[in-house]
Design a protein around this ligand. Structure first.
Ligand SMILES: *[C@@H]1O[C@H](CO)[C@@H](O)[C@H](O)[C@H]1NC(C)=O
Ligand SMILES: *[C@@H]1O[C@H](CO)[C@@H](O)[C@H](O)[C@H]1NC(C)=O
Ligand SMILES: *[C@@H]1O[C@H](CO)[C@@H](O)[C@H](O)[C@H]1NC(C)=O
Ligand SMILES: *[C@@H]1O[C@H](CO)[C@@H](O)[C@H](O)[C@H]1NC(C)=O
Ligand SMILES: *[C@@H]1O[C@H](CO)[C@@H](O)[C@H](O)[C@H]1NC(C)=O
Ligand SMILES: *[C@@H]1O[C@H](CO)[C@@H](O)[C@H](O)[C@H]1NC(C)=O
Ligand SMILES: [Ca+2]
Length: 544
């Protein structure tokens, strides 16, 4: 308030001065510039140092400082979508760890009275600038952190539990605690509702907050979450022993072989939802039989027209649930439909970067650990270690429900990075743990299965649901999953479906819409009763 009074006094002074000598006029951008930098220079919060505070007009392209927008994060510049006050801070979370933390605050007269925290991805280390631009563009007061270290590598975890603790939960939670105070101080009034939006590791972070900090958010949007995190690392790594290296008889090279496999999967499963359209609506129903691709006697399959017995065996293993030393499920099978992208990511070439980092820098603190030696004993070690319960597997969400929270979980059914089977696995775990059927869970927790969506963005189907700016298809809550969450929290209207859009050309939305499809919430599945008109959303029905 004191700051506001000061600003008003200043404004009055300049207005008076200008009316006297007709020379000095303080424009609204000058006012905002002054307000933002003055706010930054007087902000005082525990463990927090302000590095910069700058008002930026809509359209500004931020040149990201190398330290924050490290090349490994993939972001060098970031255009913003409305006027903001950008505050960059350093926050000490412990003597051995710290955050880079940013708040992007819309102008006071444009702010929607909502607070929103973004999350991260992979092992990063990377403040998600595109999500900051998207949510502040939608008029949220947005915050985000670098999750306790810089860059996409996990090497900062080596011999430093404090950095792992930031990564597991503390960075997001600290950012929320500080971010809410900053929001209140900047606008002179508190936010009305608080939201979270993240995908992948960001999805896991959302669930972690729901599980452990149930009052941080009124609404949480968690996509393609990296749940059961240590076991996910093992799952990613276990493709190495399954496929081996180029030259091994189990190895399936990138290119024609995987196109053949994808084609066969569609042949066996695409029509199960009522229409052959290149999209599998319910991957659970797909029990792919790779033996259909077995080479006839005398053929070696080198041209990619068939698979050898060893290759068929490897493919069958990849599409089989992965069990551990005690017979417990470590992670469910790779999901059918995702195989082309998966082959480009990690089937092709054995080791999966992220799992190597986790075993080297967290499980063993051994920079020489060799991913080719991976066995289920390593998976067991990762399960037992589970630092700061990063597994994020608590199935009791009742504190969040009792606090009035709403949770939207979405899952891409072409996800090559984290099999979507784990989403049903977790949802069913919640159902059993809380003793609630899906009708009852619907009151606060809904899981939407987005057919034809890859990991968080992109894919072959109607994957544009407004989860990120790249996958934007309108602001109305039916087409925008973040606005659907807002409507659920604030108007108590829960989404029954989310309409996804498929564009004629995904990199050029201006070329128009190919089709829209309403995605169902689990355990409903989408079925087409009018296959000749499959592009019409009304040709589909959510059935149990
Ligand atoms: C991340 O980079 C920023 C900017 O260069 C730096 O201030 C900060 O200390 C770095 N954080 C860590 C954990 O190294
Ligand atoms: C920001 O600028 C773009 C491009 O001029 C415009 O389309 C958009 O509406 C502006 N955003 C706001 C919130 O004014
Ligand atoms: C400041 O950081 C220290 C750890 O370095 C922590 O113990 C303390 O709780 C923090 N203070 C606040 C107000 O968060
Ligand atoms: C932040 O923490 C990292 C360790 O993760 C350390 O190397 C760096 O010096 C710290 N930065 C500051 C400014 O304290
Ligand atoms: C395998 O992965 C390594 C490291 O990511 C990369 O340098 C190499 O080019 C890849 N090889 C193939 C055949 O894709
Ligand atoms: C889609 O649009 C992009 C960008 O305009 C263009 O480069 C690409 O060729 C288009 N793709 C197709 C299949 O038309
Ligand atoms: Ca289909």
């Amino acid at each position: 308030m004191a700051l506001l009074k000061l600003c008003i006094a200043l404004l009055t002074f300049f207005t008076l001065a200008s009316s006297m000598d007709h020379q000095i006029v303080l424009s609204s951008s000058q006012f905002n510039t002054y307000k933002c930098s003055h706010f930054g220079s007087t902000l005082s919060l525990p463990n927090t140092t302000v590095k910069s505070a700058q008002w930026l007009p809509n359209g500004t392209v931020i040149q990201l400082e190398q330290g924050y927008g490290l090349a490994s994060c993939g972001w060098v510049t970031q255009p913003i979508k409305r006027d903001i006050c950008r505050i960059v801070m350093h926050v000490d979370t412990s003597p051995r760890s710290n955050l880079t933390f940013e708040a992007w605050l819309p102008n006071e007269n444009e702010w929607n009275d909502r607070f929103l925290s973004t999350g991260n991805g992979g092992n990063s280390g990377c403040l998600r600038y595109p999500d900051m631009a998207y949510s502040s563009g939608l008029a949220f007061a947005a915050v985000g952190t670098n999750n306790g270290h810089n860059g996409s590598s996990g090497i900062a975890f080596l011999n430093n539990d404090d950095v792992i603790e930031d990564f597991a939960y503390r960075a997001v939670h600290t950012g929320v605690v500080i971010g809410k105070q900053i929001t209140q101080k900047y606008y002179g009034r508190a936010h009305k509702k608080s939201y979270y939006a993240g995908c992948s590791t960001g999805g896991r972070q959302g669930f972690k907050m729901v599980q452990d900090f149930p009052t941080d958010f009124d609404g949480v949007l968690a996509g393609c979450p990296a749940l059961n995190f240590p076991s996910l690392q093992s799952w990613s790594g276990h493709f190495q022993p399954i496929f081996g290296n180029p030259g091994d008889d189990t190895y399936v090279p990138q290119g024609p072989h995987w196109e053949l496999i994808h084609h066969e999967i569609l042949k066996q499963c695409d029509g199960l939802d009522g229409v052959v359209d290149g999209i599998i609506e319910d991957t659970r129903l797909c029990r792919f039989r790779p033996e259909a691709l077995q080479c006839s006697p005398g053929l070696d399959g080198k041209n990619g027209a068939c698979l050898t017995g060893s290759q068929v065996g490897a493919v069958r293993n990849a599409f089989t649930d992965f069990y551990g030393v005690d017979g417990n499920l470590i992670y469910p099978r790779m999901q059918p439909g995702s195989e082309i992208m998966a082959s480009e990511q990690f089937y092709a070439n054995g080791t999966f970067l992220y799992s190597t980092d986790w075993f080297r820098y967290v499980v063993y603190d051994d920079t020489e650990w060799d991913p080719e030696t991976f066995t289920i004993d390593d998976a067991q070690n990762a399960i037992i270690q589970d630092p700061f319960k990063i597994s994020t597997w608590n199935g009791d969400l009742s504190p969040f429900e009792e606090a009035g929270g709403k949770l939207i979980h979405y899952s891409g059914l072409m996800d090559a990075t984290i099999t979507s089977d784990k989403d049903f696995w977790y949802y069913d775990h919640v159902s059993r743990t809380m003793g609630r059927d899906s009708h009852s869970l619907d009151k606060f927790y809904r899981l939407f299965r987005i057919s034809g969506m890859s990991h968080c963005v992109g894919g072959d189907g109607a994957h544009n649901i407004g989860q990120r700016f790249s996958d934007f298809a309108g602001l109305d809550p039916e087409h925008n999953i973040l606005e659907a969450l807002v409507q659920w929290v604030e108007d108590r209207r829960a989404p029954d479906t989310i309409t996804g859009t498929r564009y004629v050309n995904q990199s050029n939305h201006a070329l128009g819409v190919d089709y829209e499809r309403r995605h169902c919430r689990y355990p409903y599945r989408n079925f087409c009763h009018d296959p000749l008109n499959y592009k019409d959303p009304d040709s589909w029905k959510c059935i149990i």
